[in-house]
Write a protein that binds this ligand. Sequence first.
Ligand code: T6T
Length: 324
Amino acid sequence: KKIVAALAALAVSATVLIAPAQAQDKKYTIALIPGLTTDGFYITMRKGAQAAADALGVTLVFQGAPDFNPVTQVPVLDAVIAKKPDAILIAPTDKVQLVEPLRKANDAGIPVITVDTFIGSGVYQTGAGDADFPLAYIASDNVLGGEIAARALATSIGDKGKVYVSNVKPGISTTDQREEGFKKEMAKHPGITVLETQFNDDDANKAASQLQAVFARNPDLVGVFGANLFSALGAANGVKQAGQTGTVKVVAFDAPTSIVDNINTGLVDVAIAQHPAEIGYYGVVSAYAHLTGHSIPVTIGTGFTIMNKSNIADPNISKYLYSE
Ligand code: T6T
């Protein structure tokens, strides 16, 4: 009898042990929708996401549009929703325009996590507002990033003179917040005048011609903050084309590999690298944690690495350059 009872107990505990193991054997598919596919920032984010997916045995689908635009991102999102992935990680290209398209995913029972950018106010799971349904927001602290940029530029220009922000377009949470942080910090520098922001639609060529136009109107221009990768590369090229390398100081957000040359030649004083691989990694880990019954933090903040001429050769710094 004792043996029978022991065997029965063993069978029960074996079932208990096996059941969760089987549940975890489910192969999850997580979709990552970037702001655009041809941007080193999102290419690097994908690598981090893939590293987490490999570690967890998750299938990662990376699908996006070729430009940073809600008009092209929403059809990609619709196509992803139709394939019913287990979770969606997305960098929404507009705070407002992506709310309703993402609600469709949420209504279809697909958990949504936003990476890099947010919708609504970016404060989720509060029961307030109509865009609080994403489970989490994983990103750099972009207001802080703008403040860091302003301090760096203020130092470069000796705390006086005219500067402006080269930005993408209003409505993008990240770049809006960088400009906000930049202006907030510059308000503490009475010797600095911040001219009107120039919006380039994520087009580096446009950012370059805008730099030259601003310089033509303001020959006493001393600095520019490029609020994302294309704004910064474009503004820097504009400075070069205007023959003002080293005279008009450039502080760049983001760190494509080409920033190294720009730093070494003195065209760019400081680059603020985000950690997109970390954003992708924690995006996948968070989605997986949620799918396997764990609660997840509603916000995860990732860091920055500040690059300049004195540290860019250090492998502990240059490892944060983005992939191509
Ligand atoms: O700066 C990043 C990203 O954080 C932003 O939301 C959009 O532009 C980039 O992808 C750089 O091009």
